[in-house]
Design a protein around this ligand. Sequence first.
Ligand code: SDX
Length: 427
Amino acid sequence: MPDTLTITDNRTGKRYELPISEGAIRATDLRQIKVAPDDGGLMTYDPAFMNTAACRSRITFIDGDNGVLEYRGYPIEQLAERSTFLETAYLLIFGELPTVTQAAEWKQQIGARLAVPEAVRGLTASFARDAHPMGMYLSAFGALSALYPDSKRIADEPTRRLQQHRLLAAAPTVAACGYRHGTGRPFIEPDPSLSFPGNFLAMLFTGDRPYTPHPVLERALDVLFVLHADHEQNCSTSTMRGVGSSHTDPYAAMAGAVAALYGPLHGGANEGVLRMLTEIGSVSAIPGIIEQVKAGKRRLMGFGHRVYKSYDPRALIIKQTADQVFAVTGTNPLLDVALALERIALEDDYFVSRRLYPNVDFYSGLIYQAMGFPASMFTVLFAIGRTAGWLAQWEELVNDAEQKIARPRQIYFGSARRDFVPLEQRG
Ligand code: SDX
């Protein structure tokens, strides 16, 4: 049988043969379907892009029905167990795991750029102490766009590579600027001799004495960065691609991606989960929350996913990582509430029938809290990990000859043409 779709337009009786490729038809092939020569042709209407592929990508593969996540073909379970965030970032951007030489060069290039311009620290210091860290984090990337005007030469590969080094290096440092400002403590200079997570933890938690992170916590944070590194065309990555499609610089594009991630339906959910678990407080209060959710009064934060209609594989790995962290920090009392909430929800038809399972955000906050991070920092931690995916997807966009500036169509259902009415004649 041919890879084609036969469409009969019953308005005209005409038949059309549309080619099917990689499980899709081209939406622009529908524009030939008209009822009159001046008809613009058929469009697809797809609010929130529930069934629309905006790009072809070789970076991340998700099988939502079977809980599969692979970065460049490597299962997330193997990368979480055996790789590091910097190595995973290299894999996502370049498509292959680095050799020993490539890995050393990658770490050196990023390590040499961990410090951010003084202007970023000044910008962060200009915020109120209780400013949300994601708001400060977001503003810093707009500032970096102004501080690195050379980054606008996006067609130049060495320039793109330099920005990728700068952005992967800046992410933890910008986050640390906001955290130290919010806690009223002086900024700690980055230390390239430490690991990526180790340097980040030291910039955050160094007090009067030098801070050496517990190796289990350092490794757990690296695993969490790996798990958050990419997730194909999610809201913030689609924003990175959308903003990037106008050929702006990667800092401006990333400011857009950070803004999208900030939302409670997306990266902001991990903070929402912890606030929800704290509000619940005890296992006995869970039935009341479940009833509120089923009555449509609230959402169960950390549950559900546009793509995963089974358990998010990242949530499983995070649950395992939590055990290792709690063995060092002591368990988080909210863990019992979370485990009971998951058990009760997954026995309730409301969640089962809608295929709502814990997602990446359901347990991550419990680990972050146990490691000493305030809930307001949780989405910033998500953003640091996702920096790798945003940059990989941006690189793929820039090199994709099929891509143009993103400009969706619309269905207009507003007022028909009418003449202006002077103020004095308006009723
Ligand atoms: C992330 O896209 C990605 O890949 C994102 C991400 C990544 O790595 O980039 O995985 C990270 O953002 C994970 C999701 C974090 N967000 C949350 O945990 C917030 C709570 N979850 C939801 O708001 C929701 O599940 C979404 C936003 C995640 C997905 O929403 P969809 O796919 O648009 O689903 P929907 O809103 O159309 O819901 C379908 C049904 C509805 O019920 P009915 O109208 O059919 O009766 O399921 C219900 C929803 O009301 N539903 C929920 C629910 N999620 C969906 N009901 C209660 N609690 C929830 N969490």
